[in-house]
Design a protein around this ligand. Structure first.
Ligand code: PAF
Length: 274
C-alpha cells in the first residue's frame, strides 16, 4: 500500500482516501464518488477494527461482505482497495495508541469507553500507510469527524479531512451498516429518530433556541416509540462537542438510541440541511 501511494504522490497526482469497515452502502459510495470527482486516484480501505469495539459490542457479528464490497468499489472507480488483516494492522507487541483527550470521551465516547481511541489509532495508522492528500468521512459520524479533526490538527497530519452529507433512505433513516440488524418492526421504530431531529429543526426555525426546550421537544417525540431507548440527545458545539445553552448556526444536534439491541446515531448541523 505504501509503495502504491508513494508512486502516486511522486507523480504529483492527487490522492483521495475513504476508510471504511466494509458492508458498503450508498452512504459509503457517496464518499467514494466525491473522492473520485475531486482526486486523480482514490484508495478505499476495508478493515473491521477490533480496537474500536467494546467487549460487549458487535465486533464478531459486524457484517463482512468483502466480495460484494469489492464489486461496488470497482463500479464507482476506486484505484485501489486496501484490505489489511488484523495481524497487519496490529502486529504482535504493538502497544501505541492515540487518545484524543476530552473530545474522545464525549457523546458516543461517553457511551462507548475507548471507542474513539480505537478509531483515532486505526485512522492514524491508515493515514500514515495510505498518505492521502484528502480523506473523506461521513457527517453521520459527526462526533468521529470532530475527534479526527482534532487529532489531525494536534499531530500535524498533512491531510485535509472532508466531511460529506448524510445519505438517507427514502423514509428518512440515515444509512448505516448496522441498519441490517433491524427486523421489520424495529426498522419502523427507528424512524422516530428522524422525526425527533425534524421536530427540533422545526422548533429552531420557529425561533426556539434554548437547549433545554429543544431537548424536551426531541425527547417528547422519541418517547412516542416505547421500543426505542435514548442513549443521548444533545445540542453541542460541533468542534468541542460541549453542550451549548443557546443553539447557533453550525452547532450540532446529535442523537443516539437503542432500537432493540442495535445502537443507531443521527444528527444535523444547525442552519445547514441534514
Ligand atoms: O466510520 C468508520 O467506518 C470507522 O470508524 C473508520 C473511520 C473506518 C475507522 O475504523
Amino acid at each position: 500500500m505504501q509503495e502504491f501511494s508513494r508512486g502516486i504522490r511522486k507523480s504529483s497526482s492527487s490522492l483521495g482516501f475513504v476508510p471504511t469497515m466494509g458492508a458498503l452502502h450508498e452512504g459509503h459510495l457517496s464518499l467514494i464518488r466525491r473522492a473520485v470527482a475531486e482526486c486523480q486516484f482514490v484508495v478505499a480501505s476495508i478493515f473491521v477494527n477490533p480496537l474500536q469495539f467494546g467487549p460487549t459490542e458487535d465486533f464478531e457479528k459486524y457484517p463482512r461482505t468483502l466480495e460484494d464490497d469489492r464489486s461496488k468499489l470497482e463500479v464507482v472507480g476506486v484505484s485501489a482497495l486496501f484490505a489489511p488483516d488484523t495481524a497487519d494492522m496490529y502486529p504482535l507487541g504493538a502497544v501505541t495508541t492515540v487518545t484524543v483527550a476530552g473530545l474522545g470521551d464525549r457523546l458516543d465516547g461517553a457511551s462507548r469507553p475507548g471507542h474513539f481511541t480505537g478509531v483515532a489509532t486505526v485512522v492514524a495508522k491508515l493515514l500514515h500507510t495510505v498518505g492521502p492528500h484528502r480523506a473523506y468521512f461521513g457527517q453521520k459520524d459527526a462526533v468521529q469527524l470532530a475527534v479526527l479533526r482534532q487529532m489531525v490538527r494536534d499531530l500535524n497530519f498533512d491531510v485535509e479531512l472532508v466531511g460529506c452529507p448524510i445519505v438517507r433512505d427514502a423514509d428518512g433513516l440515515a444509512l448505516s451498516s448496522r441498519n441490517r440488524y433491524l427486523n421489520v418492526v424495529e426498522r419502523g421504530q427507528a424512524l422516530v429518530i428522524r422525526r425527533c431531529l425534524l421536530a427540533i429543526e422545526r422548533s429552531i426555525s420557529a425561533g426556539v433556541l434554548e437547549r433545554e426546550i429543544l431537548l424536551a421537544d426531541g425527547l417528547r417525540v422519541l418517547r412516542e416509540e416505547p421500543g426505542v431507548r435514548v442513549d443521548y440527545l444533545e445540542v453541542v458545539d460541533a468542534k468541542t462537542l460541549l453542550p451549548v445553552e443557546r443553539v447557533g448556526a453550525g452547532n450540532l444536534v446529535a442523537v443516539a438510541v437503542w432500537v432493540g439491541t442495535t445502537r443507531l446515531i443521527d444528527n444535523f448541523l444547525v442552519g445547514l440541511k441534514a
